[in-house]
Design a protein around this ligand. Structure first.
Ligand code: FHN
Length: 582
């Protein structure tokens, strides 16, 4: 069955059938299905990582700590007794739940998910099950989650809790802390005494939860995970559970952090991309690597066009303030959504295969929304649309757009310059309810040459940057334990053996580093890779054929590009890799 022929209801039903565990009662199934349809329509949510780690904010004993801020206890192996001391300093006097909820609303977000307990084990809500919580241990003495859940309800925002179930560095039975506790642990007492009662508390004390967002399922057994799921669904049958509960017991799927599938993706049901606005989840005072709102608006359109939701994170300070740059970015997104929301909320995925970064499509019955992300000049050609186009217009301002449609080619006549550089949406009205798309152009298929642009990758590392003007990434430096690299996520879409081309530019003076393009594939004993030397290009963009083949299987998690240690070519600019079917 081609995707273009699957109706919206059918698609959601198919996703649900793939996702729901067998143990659920008919009532739980029905409520979960309804909640999933609602969640699918929401598209855009606010993630909040807030905890004691906002006090050190990326610095421990005067030393900068690399990596994500909320992992500082783990990175520095801070003893429990020492880390616990942070609670006595945690006093978020500037916290205002109404303002946080209003920010989400202003951003055009439809739901909020906040850390009730992260890996450090500290409960950010009033908990009877563990004294290690914000009410009992801090000078603040209040439960901010009460204010926040009420403020969300007042604004019609769905409210949900993040809860780290297996990983808990404060407990001997939790996973992760091998500097205070013996390696061998028994998770069951920890589950019985902390996790189960706390999950009950968050389900019982904050009204209707839209979802529970578990994280890092780790080593819990199937029966343990089933108990957790059973408990959630017994208390709130409509509360959605994410895939990170483990063992396939979630209602919907998370991609990896900041990981966007490269094609329309329906294989594992409804899905969501959790992503950062800079390089951290929890607040870090030195992290000013803010993403460009243009990038984020484009990513929202990109994710929704592929069938997903976007969950964007902020990391408030220990005083309870959401950093100004985060607020500004989110409000800019909100302004775009206030005009263009019709092309995002309640839409279904693109009926077209995805190739390149010029445009994306979302759909509603009888309509296609063409999101133009990189302005093509006076005309945009869309190949493969078989449905008759009856009208085209700009979504903002409603001005008509002239078009021609001949032999499967739709050509839109555009102004010379982008009316909205973030994403200009053209509404294409069609005679069919669901767009008909020709073989060779449909979602679920692949072209003979597939361009994977740097913009479509996850830029991993604190120094790697993207430049919109040259459409390329740079800053591939290497550090003791980390590398700046690009990751692309095939998510089962790219199975095949490919020749690869690299499009990049490098000044001659910094040429000469070794690169490695490789797949991370758990199904193979040795990961496949292509290696070579970055030659100078006189600073101009060139396309070179790489030696060998890249084998991508259904199990391939990532395709990655990195420099190997000798990183003098770090400033090289990588625009794209092209996968060519021989
Ligand atoms: O380890 C965490 C991390 O701190 C953060 O909470 C992210 C958000 O998706 N999840 C984990 C790893 O995947």
């Amino acid at each position: 069955m081609s995707l273009s022929r699957i109706g919206r209801i059918g698609l959601v039903a198919m996703m649900i059938a793939l996702a729901l565990p067998a143990q659920d009662s008919a009532q739980v199934k029905a409520e979960t299905e309804k909640a999933l349809r609602h969640f699918d329509d929401n598209k855009f949510g606010l993630f909040i990582h807030w905890g004691l780690y906002a006090i050190p904010a990326g610095e421990w004993k005067g030393k900068y700590v690399r990596g994500i801020g909320e992992w500082i206890m783990f990175r520095e192996k801070i003893p429990v007794t020492e880390y616990e001391g942070l609670a006595q300093q945690f006093n978020p006097v500037k916290f205002n739940g109404e303002e946080w909820a209003q920010l989400a609303k202003d951003a055009g977000m439809k739901y909020m998910v906040i850390t009730s307990k992260h890996h450090d084990g500290f409960a950010m809500f009033g908990s009877k099950a563990s004294g290690y919580n914000i009410v009992d241990r801090t000078p603040f003495k209040r439960d901010p989650m009460k204010d926040l859940s009420a403020a969300c309800a007042r604004r019609g925002l769905d409210f949900g809790f993040y809860y780290s179930q297996d990983q808990d560095w404060h407990e001997a039975g939790g996973r992760g802390n091998n500097w205070d506790f013996p390696e061998k642990r028994d998770a069951q007492p920890y589950l019985n005494n902390k996790v189960f009662p706390q999950v009950k508390e968050i389900l019982g004390g904050y009204g209707k939860l839209g979802l529970i967002w578990f994280d890092t399922p780790g080593l819990l057994s199937i029966p343990q995970v089933d108990s957790l799921r059973g408990m959630v669904k017994q208390l709130q049958p409509s509360c959605l559970i994410n895939s990170r509960i483990g063992h396939g017991r979630g209602d919907y799927t998370q991609t990896g952090d900041n990981a966007i599938p490269i094609q329309v993706y329906v294989a594992d049901g409804k899905w969501e991309v959790p992503a950062t606005l800079n390089d951290t989840w929890g607040f870090k005072k030195n992290d000013q690597n803010w993403k460009d709102p243009r990038d984020l608006i484009g990513k929202l359109a990109d994710i929704v066009s592929k069938g997903g939701n976007y969950l964007l994170n902020v990391g408030p300070t220990s005083e309870g303030v959401i950093p100004k740059p985060s607020q500004e970015i989110l409000r800019t997104m909100g302004k775009w959504l206030a005009v263009n929301g019709e092309s995002i909320y309640g839409t279904s995925a693109s009926p077209f295969m995805i190739n390149g970064i010029t445009w994306r499509a979302t759909a509603k019955p009888g309509k296609l929304f063409i999101h133009i992300l990189n302005w093509p000049g006076r005309s945009l050609k869309i190949e493969g649309l078989e449905s008759k186009v009856t009208r085209a217009s700009l979504l903002a301002g409603k001005a008509a757009v002239k078009f021609t449609q001949k032999a499967g080619m739709l050509e839109l006549a555009l102004p010379a310059k982008a009316p909205d550089v973030n994403d200009t949406v053209v509404v294409v009205e069609i005679a069919d309810s669901q767009a008909k798309v020709a073989d060779g152009h449909r979602a679920g298929q692949l072209p003979a040459r597939l361009d994977l642009f740097a913009w479509e990758s996850r830029l991993r590392g604190e120094e790697v940057r993207y430049d919109f003007v040259t459409q390329s990434a740079h800053g591939f430096r290497r550090f003791q334990s980390e590398t700046n690299m690009l990751y692309w996520y095939p998510y089962k879409a790219l199975e095949g053996s490919y020749q690869v081309e690299l499009t990049y530019a490098c000044d001659d003076a910094v040429a000469g580093s070794n690169y490695r393009l490789f797949v991370d594939d758990r199904s193979k004993p040795a990961n496949g890779s292509i290696e070579g030397v970055i030659n100078g290009t006189g600073g101009k963009f060139v396309t070179v054929k790489l030696p060998g083949r890249l084998d991508v299987t259904k199990q391939t998690n990532t395709i990655a590009f990195q420099l190997q240690g000798d990183d003098k070519s770090a400033p090289m600019k990588l625009r794209k890799i092209t996968l060519v079917r021989p």
